[in-house]
Design a protein around this ligand. Sequence first.
Ligand code: GDP
Length: 443
Amino acid sequence: MLDNLTQRLSGVIKNLRGQARLTESNIQDALREVRMALLEADVALPVVKDFIAQVKEAALGQEVIGNLNPGQAFIGVVHRELTKLMGEHNDALNLATTPPAVILMAGLQGAGKTTTSGKLAKLLREQQKKKVLLVSCDVYRPAAIEQLRTLAQQLEIDFFASDISQKPQDIALAAHDYAKKHYHDVLIVDTAGRLAIDAAMMEEIKQLNAALKPIETLFVVDAMTGQDAVNTAKAFGEALPLTGVILTKLDGDARGGAALSVRQITGKPIKFIGVSEKPNGLEAFHPERMASRVLGMGDVLSLLEEAQRGVDMAEAQKLAKKVQSGKGFDLNDFKMQIVQMRKMGGMSALMDKLPAQLSQAAAGAQVDDKQINRIEGIINSMTPLERSKPELIKASRKRRIAMGAGVQVMHVNQLLNQFEQSQKMMKMFSKGGMGKLMRGMAG
Ligand code: GDP
């Protein structure tokens, strides 16, 4: 996602290398490049203008740059400003009300409302142990109600049946009553969309909103529609008291315009992003992490969080600590990472989140899912001592391990090299995380 922007911006940083400090004249070129990159990414013009002015001011004020080179100092400024642009912190859902907390989903047809309603229900159940009820108020397309019903069934989420002879408002209020009686914590209301903004649709959702008084009114929008996404968000924001935005299909969005401008233009926080068609393809939106992704620094924090979701928490925290400190990370941990990797959808799903350089390296090394199986096999045929002290593994042990795993000694060597590489990577992320990583990038 957002690959084009990432590529352009890393080019800018390379060009700033070798300059002694940030001055008006040398950042001029860099700023021009950033401006071009953002416009190409389909970021709204007023947003680009403001952003460039902010970066310029912050970069010139950046006198004390310690041992960072200008490229690194500049990327630091851009990272901070990007984070600010997207809202600084994650804005979580507010569900603090007398249950059921109502979430109203608004948006155009095809934006991903129905899919996202299902994903959100699943996420709330799994991460917050909420009892969720789903209902569709789309009385114009019978297929829409059916779609939500099937999804609810598949995810084992409670579903309130409705049919097209009813009024949307009556359906919603009946579902609300039902949720109250059956002790649901959350009611997610999927609504009808149109292909474009139209007055009747706006009127209907306004009335639904007034009748339901949802604690969250979320605007669901397809990131791939770029500036159009931002414009529709603005129109919906003027008609409804939106509490947040969900940006879907970010996985298909190479440009990133909507992700970067929606907050600034609408004043509404992006609360979640859709990153795949699958039911678990919804993530909380973290501006800082997104800024890191955009700058090709990868999204190490999200990775850790996902890893933690997949495994035993105590183990995951231990691992996260080891990863952060770069100390005590052994082949047992390496194996655990591999198991988690599989839980997170395999290597290809991970690539997107690794810093650009690493994912290129991984692609170059052709680490694919088949290879991961082999690695796991090799680690399994090591003794616990060998796993915790890989330096013990000399020729005869290598032969024994290779035999046990049914591979060649060459494969054992490959694994040990890979492990050493990943240890180096851990060290790069250790203490000061980003700072070191930046140094690594520009070094
Ligand atoms: P609705 O008309 O707003 O209810 O939209 P749907 O929920 O039916 O979604 C329209 C299409 O977008 C479906 O094919 C979804 O699978 C797809 N979709 C929704 N969210 C995402 C996402 O985050 N990533 C991808 N790749 N596809 C998505």
